[in-house]
Design a protein around this ligand. Sequence first.
Ligand code: 5RP
Length: 217
Amino acid sequence: MNQNELKKAAAERAVSFVQEGRVLGVGTGSTVDFFIDALAASGKKVPACVSSSVRSTEHLERLGFKVLDPNEVDEIEVYVDGADEIDSGFHMVKGGGGALTREKILASLARTYVCIADESKLVPVFGRFPLPVEVIPMAVGVVSRQLKALGGEPKLRDFTTDNGCKILDVSGLQITDPVALEEKINQIPGVVTVGLFARRGADVLLLATADGVKESA
Ligand code: 5RP
């Protein structure tokens, strides 16, 4: 199976976690795109979704799902999203698709975060994937200097987020304590969100491997 087939397998398994009659949280990315397609094909009755990006909102609406503003929702039962890296403690690095801030907001509203990923995303320690940091545009310079002082090499992504902000992709960081680093980077003035999901990680991992989709919680 190639990587896309693995992503699709994890995404299809996630449909069984969707509770009919409850508002569903939907993340962003190519794995989530497979999930949205699989959800539509399943015919499960979802009254409405909240989405972490314009991209996912448009995809959901195209397939006939209603999408609510998160301000209209107090809690989400299940949130389905991917990851760029995930460790054995279900901490994650996210933001490859640039939707990290809205993803973190939806994760904070969710009772159960179901992470869907192919096996290449499971890592013993973070660092292979550059860490995305969403930044207020006027603070790109000052935040870059602070990230360099932490040992990172920030690179400005040629991209503007749905929130009108910029993203610095930071390589070279030693991420041995993800919770501490998440807190430290979030404290830098001008940072909107760091793509470390350590304080609130996933609850369930659906990891697609050559031997099938492995479920752990
Ligand atoms: C978007 C994300 C995605 O979940 C992450 O980038 C994984 O994407 P894909 O499913 O395309 O591999 O965090 O901001």
